[in-house]
Design a protein around this ligand. Sequence first.
Ligand code: PRP
Length: 182
Amino acid sequence: MSTLTEDTQLGGQKLKRIVFTEDEVRRRVRELGAEISRSYGASDRLLVLGLLKGSFLFLADLVRAIDLPLQVDFVVAASYGASQVSSGELKLLYTPEASLEGRAVIIVEDIVDSGHTLSRLLPLLREQGPSSLEVCALLHKRIQPLDWEPRWVGFDAPHEFLVGYGLDYAEDFRHLPYIASL
Ligand code: PRP
């Protein structure tokens, strides 16, 4: 991989350091896919839900590493509230048209930061009666104890502003194949 200063994908934008390289991400996503594959059977009717937009690359790579029949759909949610740590209300802008009832559902999230997004989303999805509802998060900052925890976590994340592999700063940097700090 090229160095940060030479990276043609940055177009002159500056990053502080690479936190997880493209190779580290690729290997860990494969491991997560193998772990998930061992945890379900074909009769579970697995539904993998990507929480947009941050999860789009992780979701795409993860489902290709899962050796099971599954379906893919998305959830789009918007947080409303005064602070940047999404303490406000969560509004669902898109949810799967098919019912979650009786299905094994995995929510795929790029990063658990405060945990507020999923603390609000999980009860809404549980109302639809999935047979199980789990979270697979690529990154987890472990900022505070949560009354739910992701079943699968790619990496414990440093308490820095992270971008790349789906994560953005003002919509920039999502396309980077590695995770870096600003
Ligand atoms: C980011 C990220 C998570 C959430 C985590 O989404 O993708 O979904 O924040 O933060 P929390 O644990 O503190 O709730 P964002 O709202 O920035 O939208 P995006 O996925 O479209 O970037």
